[in-house]
Design a protein around this ligand. Structure first.
Ligand code: DQA
Length: 147
């Protein structure tokens, strides 16, 4: 059993209402609930946190170290493309993480095709919609039980 942390960044609280043609019709609580179910099925404990504020996400990453989180699943929203402080926080706590996006950021505007996080992530799930959250929990389970 491992402790997982699911982090969601800015504007993901609007999931379901926000650009549904890009991000789908499920709300954040729908996708988070399914991620909880998947984690429980696989015998893991999942915590979740969403914030629109960069410093709150940084603080939650720091807290993850004290809480014994084994792996972070992170949809950083637009901070993906801008945030060196989130990169530094993840490097600082040295907790492995999976970068997650609902949309395929590589098929969108050029500014979304650069991530400050991908090169230090275990892997990236992008373009699988809401299903990506469950896939990320499965990928986390695979990584944690690999050895
Ligand atoms: C996103 C992609 C980002 O470019 C965007 O800013 C988001 C959501 C996604 O899940 O597809 O807010 O991370």
């Amino acid at each position: 059993m491992a402790k997982l942390l699911l982090l969601n960044g800015p504007n993901l609280n609007l999931l379901g209402q926000r650009e549904p043609e890009v991000y789908g019709h499920d709300s954040l609580s729908d996708v988070v609930q399914r991620a909880h179910q998947k984690a429980a099925q696989l015998g893991h404990q999942l915590e979740d946190f969403q914030s629109n504020a960069e410093h709150e996400l940084v603080n939650r990453i720091h807290q993850a170290k004290q809480d014994g989180i084994g792996l972070i699943i992170f949809n950083p929203g637009a901070f993906t493309h801008t945030s060196i402080s989130l990169r530094d926080a993840l490097l600082g706590v040295d907790i492995p993480f999976i970068e997650l996006h609902l949309s395929n950021v590589f098929a969108r505007e050029e500014f979304r095709q650069h991530s400050f996080l991908s090169d230090i992530a275990l892997g990236v799930i992008s373009g699988m919609g809401a299903k990506g959250y469950e896939l990320a929990v499965e990928a986390a389970d695979n990584k944690l039980t690999e050895n």
